[in-house]
Design a binder for this molecule. Structure first.
Ligand SMILES: Cc1cc2nc3c(=O)[nH]c(=O)nc-3n(C[C@H](O)[C@H](O)[C@H](O)COP(=O)(O)OP(=O)(O)OC[C@H]3O[C@@H](n4cnc5c(N)ncnc54)[C@H](O)[C@@H]3O)c2cc1C
Ligand code: FES
Length: 370
């Protein structure tokens, strides 16, 4: 019979050998050498070490691609057109591609590994996205799980953005995360001041970035952000507007409303703001103030489950159903433009309702906080 300590020594030895083999495999077998990424038909050429994902490689070169899930292949935001060198579409990418994207070579850049030279095409606006260093100037508690962060850009810089767009915030490594991650947050501030931006953020339990922002970030700390991104902005038409948001989804709506006020935009607009309990309500005063500043604006907070004993005299129910009732009563639902922001479930349900009421897909705009 082999004594226990010898058996343990043999097991540890095998473990160490396996670990060394894996390191060797990573260094030698997966050594793809130097590769070249050609952007926009020779406009820019990057020479770099192969092996990483296209997304992380571009980010390292300060070319920022939207990425809401931090490269886990679950948000579908990091699409890039690859003209040559990426190999076949992976099963992880398929759910995010429509027929046109498949045939034109669109890929999820976080899933494409740099094994050989690549030719890619990037829209001009992505090449203008910049990284900014900001200082956290103020943190305001809105509710038990939602805060506003005010970030002032350093060196007198300004970020030129369209109200409704978002930025990516870099959460650095900290004791609860061994990796740096980027997460998307919509700009909520008054665009009249583009030297600072405000973000409204809801804590996600055990979330990497929100735990960092809520429990570690202090006023005076530096925060790296990049942007602006996104197609969620108010279209320049005269159509009546229906805004539907849940929780921190109020952020881009607030920015858009500030801009409507600044530009004397008097379009008819109603904002249905969904929250679960009365404890989740915030910014009600500021929204009500917009009613006095904008000629035809109405704010309707909707509580889905008022807690027992809560003194809530406002609207109760599911925000999507309340919005539907309102549109039905208008009689001209199909003339509206829909602007939606919040959880994927709320957005899918709102899209279904708006389409049922005759609003065509091209008049429904949204940002899913996935
Ligand atoms: C375009 C865009 C704009 C956004 N704007 C805002 C904004 O203005 N304010 C804001 O608060 N958030 C916003 N988000 C969501 C934000 O980007 C992060 O997804 C969120 O803060 C969670 O990040 P995390 O690193 O803390 O959690 P992670 O570490 O990414 O996630 C931890 C766990 O929670 C789950 N999870 C992730 N997100 C959520 C969620 N929202 N609710 C419940 N579970 C979740 C994940 O599946 C995972 O299991 C936006 C997202 C997008 C795509
Ligand atoms: S970064 Fe989310 S799918 Fe690629």
């Amino acid at each position: 019979m082999v004594p226990l300590f010898i058996a343990l020594a043999i097991i540890s030895g095998i473990g160490a050998l396996l670990a060394a083999t894996l390191v060797f495999a990573e260094r030698v077998i997966s050594n793809y050498g130097d590769v070249e990424v050609d952007i926009n038909k020779g406009n820019k050429k990057l020479a770099m070490k192969g092996g990483g994902s296209l997304l992380e490689t571009l980010t390292a070169q300060k070319i920022f691609i939207p990425s809401a899930c931090g490269g886990r292949g679950t948000c579908g935001y990091c699409k890039v057109k690859v003209l040559e060198g990426a190999g076949p579409l992976l099963p992880t990418e398929e759910p995010y591609m429509d027929a046109e994207e498949r045939s034109s070579g669109v890929r999820l850049s976080c899933q494409v590994k740099l094994r050989n030279d690549l030719k890619i095409e990037l829209p001009a606006e992505l090449l203008t996205i910049k990284e900014y260093v900001s200082v956290c100037e103020e943190i305001i508690d809105y509710t038990y799980d939602t805060k506003q962060f005010r970030l002032r850009l350093t060196d007198g810089q300004h970020m030129k953005y369209t109200p409704g767009q978002y930025v990516q915030v870099l959460a650095p490594q900290y004791e609860k995360s061994s990796e740096e991650v980027y997460r998307a947050y919509s700009i909520s501030s008054d665009p009249a001041d583009q030297a600072a931006i405000e973000l409204i953020i809801r804590r996600v339990p055990d979330g990497i970035c929100t735990t960092y922002l809520f429990d570690y970030l202090k006023v005076g700390d530096k925060v790296r952000i990049n942007g602006p991104y996104g197609q969620f902005y108010l279209r320049d038409t005269t159509a009546p507007i229906i805004f539907i948001a849940g929780g921190s989804g109020i952020a881009p709506m607030k920015c858009i409303l500030h801009n409507m006020k600044n530009t004397n935009n008097d379009r008819r607009a109603v904002f249905f703001f969904g929250i679960r309990t009365t404890k989740d309500l915030f910014l009600a005063e500021e929204m009500t103030r917009f009613e006095t500043q904008l000629a035809q604006f109405k704010f309707v907070p909707v509580v889905s489950q008022p807690e027992p004993g809560a003194e809530w005299a406002g609207v109760t129910g599911r925000v999507t159903h309340i919005a539907e009732d309102y549109l039905r009563k208008q009689g001209n639902a199909h003339e509206h433009e829909g602007y939606l922001c919040g959880s994927p479930g709320m957005i899918e349900s709102s899209i279904g309702i708006l389409k049922k009421l005759g609003i065509t897909e091209d008049k429904i705009y949204y940002d899913k906080f996935s």
